[in-house]
Design a protein around this ligand. Structure first.
Ligand code: NAI
Length: 327
């Protein structure tokens, strides 16, 4: 049994705690830490509560650490896990700065084994896996374009234009690299008319244009207050046809003169299967001594691309993405 310690018991931490306890084989939640101890207590079950994340990482009864605390704490916690030699699954972003991501990549490279996995759970979503299988099998020939949309029904205030990129578009950055097996080489960010539901001064929706090393153009619509539901779309256009991401099955409803299907209310529902399989793969990898899934390098690249997007947002220019040499 892998004994897991959880840092951060907010929305994502609570989802992970529930998934670990109810749906993942071979693991148990033994400790939780949150600066809000009431939140920690609400998800800990029979596990211990640590007031300090560093104490949880040092706890000899914790084999592996799941980090779902606020983004600005990730680097410190991941580096402490590496120092302690403990496997860690860190929610995105790996760190809030490109330099922070590099420090983690370097700290892990200095050890004798891989310990870090980054929480890009879409790579485990059945729909994306099927899309990749078909794409790799040549079903639509060479990919030319990808159209993505990332729509939330609403997100709580306060939120900023930048957060749409660092919190939402970062998922598209990772999944497009994974799907196409190409790097993102240049970015542009455009905003048109803001929705009346956008807070003052926030550019919502906005469109991010990514260019890849293979010449594929990827447009990403980011819309945080789309009102109607949580809707993630991805269509790959190839030389011989197109492939579209299926949403998880929802039964058609005929009622009140309409024929409809429900749209997921939020990420917890839309990606429930992916979160479950992500945690299961993490636990299985530890039991087999073979880490899998998105790496610290993937976290670094996602950080470098989103940082370029933030600069493109400020300057209004198309900017090249510069990556460090991979160690
Ligand atoms: P949240 O604000 O609901 O929860 C964050 C929690 O971290 C809070 O309970 C806060 O008290 C705690 N915290 C802050 N500093 C801490 C520290 N030093 N030690 C221990 N706990 C600390 O935020 P949410 O939405 O749960 O997001 C958490 C992380 O998960 C973020 O990095 C976010 O980007 C990521 N996330 C990932 C998603 C995905 O689909 N993979 C979806 C939603 C969030």
């Amino acid at each position: 049994m892998v004994k897991v310690g959880l840092i951060g018991a907010g929305a994502m931490g609570a989802t992970h705690a529930r998934t670990l306890e109810t749906a993942v084989r071979g693991a148990e939640l033994v400790a939780v830490s949150d600066i809000d101890t009431a939140r920690a207590a609400a998800v800990a079950g029979t596990g211990r509560i640590h007031n300090d994340a560093q104490a949880l990482i040092a706890d000899p009864d914790v084999d592996a650490v799941l980090i779902a605390s606020s983004a600005e704490t990730h680097e410190e916690h991941v580096l402490a896990c590496l120092e302690a030699g403990k496997p860690v699954l860190c929610e995105k972003p790996l760190a809030t700065t490109v330099e922070g991501c590099r420090r983690i990549v370097e700290a892990e490279a200095a050890r004798d084994r891989r310990l870090v996995q980054v929480g890009f759970m879409r790579r485990y979503d059945h729909g994306y896996l099927e899309l990749k299988r078909l794409l790799d099998g040549g079903a639509i020939g060479t990919p030319l374009l990808v159209h993505c949309a990332h729509r939330n029904a609403d997100i709580p205030l306060p939120f900023t234009t930048e957060q749409a990129i660092t919190d939402s578009v970062v998922h598209e950055v990772d999944i497009v690299r994974w799907l196409l097996e190409q790097e993102i080489t240049a970015v542009s960010v455009l905003a048109g008319r803001a929705s009346r539901h956008a807070p003052d001064g926030v550019r919502d929706p906005q469109v991010v244009l990514l260019e890849t090393s293979g010449g594929v153009l990827v447009d990403v619509e980011s819309f945080l207050r789309a009102q109607y539901g949580y809707d993630i779309r991805c269509e790959v256009v190839g030389e011989e046809g197109t492939l579209e991401l299926p949403a998880p099955a929802a039964p058609p409803i005929r009622s009140d003169g309409r024929h409809s299907r429900a749209v997921a209310p939020g990420f917890e529902v839309r990606f429930a299967q992916a979160y479950r399989d992500e945690l299961q793969a993490w636990v299985d990898g530890m039991r087999l001594g073979r880490a899998t899934g998105p790496t610290a390098w993937d976290g670094y690249v996602a950080g470098a691309v989103t940082e370029a997007c933030l600069r493109a947002l400020d300057s209004g220019e198309r900017l090249a993405v510069r990556l460090a040499r991979r160690a």
